[in-house]
Design a protein around this ligand. Structure first.
Ligand code: GLA
Length: 360
């Protein structure tokens, strides 16, 4: 049996695939996956209490979204000679899907961990993270490694200060005293469009790196190796949309650095401001927010006791992360309904342990 948590990310959005800085954590909402052998079967069968049953073979055609991830994991395990046929999986999840809490990384890390252990194969955690990422790539989303690392290496009440160029983790205690982190789920889901828009943003960043690399006559591996001044030098030469996106990434790395300092100094006002600045960057430069999450952030930021708020995860809906003193006002849900016609769900969030495996 595997317990695989979702993740949140305090700050550092769309920086992981640019070898940048991120500050995620596993959360206290998880999925549980039970694994068993199915005698005389050549199939991989999974049953989800939320989505029903899927049977996986070597053809992904016609599979639902979550089935595509299973198929991706099947391919990756097949490549390293871990048998997947005749495996039976039951999944119960308390991670809202499409909410920016990375239920997909929890699923893929959970599957790789569970199926390998079922066959008595021991795979180191970093390898599991890489294999889960590769499975997501096969399913069509060219994600970074932040989510898988948070799922595998999460610790209670600590954030991972993760440098995605070295993949070095430092743990930062999250001391909030009387303050809390909240998630407000906007109820907006644009999963398919978001997958494509995500890949386009990644391509923008890669184009910028490619052009600057050519002009500088030296290999540059990522935006991480490009300073704001160097980027400005090539402003005229770059597509304006690509330029804006790259500028956002460089600024976001700097915000993550400053958020680390603010956390260590216990300066929540400064941390809150940085969160709100990230949202502005996501809204105006990276263009991955939607009207509903913008509405929530604008509304929340006007409330007493709110230090800052921003949209969480890849974007195009999902949750807004809020740093506030005490509770959020009970009128929030009704005001949101009046403005958008949608239901918002509010829940507190805290860093928790990463994935765990039990052999029953
Ligand atoms: C998704 C991806 C991550 C990361 C975030 C945006 O969650 O899976 O790798 O890029 O979006 O920060």
């Amino acid at each position: 049996m595997v317990r695989a948590p979702g993740r949140f990310n305090l700050i550092g959005e769309h920086t992981d695939y640019n070898q940048g800085l991120v500050m995620p954590a596993a959360i206290d909402r998880a999925m549980t996956l039970y694994f068993g052998h199915q005698a005389n079967s050549r199939q991989l069968r999974a049953f989800s209490h939320d989505f029903g049953e899927v049977l996986i073979d070597n053809d992904p055609t016609g599979l639902p979204g979550w089935g595509q991830y299973l198929w991706g994991v099947r391919q990756i395990l097949h490549d390293v000679n871990i048998p997947v046929m005749g495996t039976d999986i039951t999944i119960t999840s308390h991670i809202p899907s499409g909410a920016g809490l990375s239920s997909s990384a929890a699923l893929c890390c959970g599957l790789v961990s569970g199926i390998s252990r079922l066959h008595n194969v021991f795979i180191p955690e970093r390898e599991i993270a890489l294999m889960a990422q590769a499975a997501e790539h096969l399913a069509g989303v060219h994600c970074g490694l932040m989510d898988q690392y948070a799922v595998m290496f999460g610790q209670k009440d600590r954030l991972l200060a993760l440098d995605c160029s070295s993949m070095h983790i430092e743990y930062l205690p999250l001391t909030l005293n009387e303050n809390r982190l909240w998630l407000v789920d906007s109820g907006v889901r644009h999963e398919l469009a978001a997958g494509q828009a995500y890949n386009e943003r990644r391509q923008s960043c890669e184009r910028v790196v490619g052009i600057i690399s050519d002009k500088e006559l030296k290999p540059i591996s990522s935006l991480r190796a490009i300073s704001p001044a160097l980027l400005r030098t090539y402003a005229e030469l770059l597509d304006p949309i690509d330029y804006r996106r790259a500028q956002y990434v460089l600024e976001e790395n700097e915000r993550v650095r400053r958020a680390g300092e603010a956390l260590q100094a216990g300066n929540l006002a400064s941390l809150g401001t940085l969160l709100s600045e990230t949202h502005e960057g996501l809204r105006r430069q990276y263009e991955v927010t939607v009207e509903e999450t913008d509405w929530l952030v604008d509304y929340l930021r006007g409330l007493p006791g709110v230090w800052g708020a921003r949209q969480l995860g890849a974007g195009f809906g999902g949750c807004v992360l809020v740093l506030a003193t005490g509770e959020l006002p009970p009128t929030l849900a009704a005001d949101y309904r009046t403005a958008t016609g949608l239901e918002a769900k509010v829940y507190p969030i805290r860093p928790d342990e990463g994935l765990s495996v039990w052999v029953l």
